[in-house]
Design a protein around this ligand. Structure first.
Ligand code: 5GP
Ligand code: ZN
Length: 111
């Protein structure tokens, strides 16, 4: 997707603070963090949203990777993984991403 900002980050066309990269995924710091740790984990392949993925292996790998990234950032006291989908879900970037957020207490339910 040539006009997708996260594809541009994958292709190193725009900069990001990378925290992890392998053959199928990339993780980088959110440009507008809402907590001490706020990382976005994305598949390198473009999917508009979680609803467009049928590859359960990919989703499984991404979630396990999110745990690893949280552990690497010493979020022993807890963290949140969030996937926003669509307008009501608050999705603003239409390339599937998992938010990994931690470093402070978070309320429930979300706003
Ligand atoms: P969403 O609202 O779609 O779930 O989350 C999109 C996230 O991407 C937001 O938290 C926003 O701050 C982040 N974001 C948007 N544009 C950029 C960018 O160019 N670079 C980085 N690192 N994060 C971005
Ligand atoms: Zn994309």
């Amino acid at each position: 997707m040539s006009d997708c900002i996260f594809c541009k980050i994958v292709n190193k066309e725009i900069p990001a603070k990378l925290v992890f990269e392998n053959d199928f995924a990339l993780a980088f710091e959110d440009i507008n963090p809402v907590a001490k740790v706020h990382i976005l984990l994305i598949p390198k392949v473009h999917y508009n949203s979680i609803a467009d993925v049928s590859d359960e292996v990919l989703i499984g790998k991404l979630i396990l990777l999110a745990n690893k990234i949280a552990n690497d950032h010493k979020l022993d006291n807890g963290y949140r993984m969030i996937i926003n989908k669509g307008d009501d879900g608050g999705q603003t970037v239409h390339h599937l991403h998992i938010h990994i957020i931690g470093g402070r207490f978070m309320k429930w339910p979300p706003g």
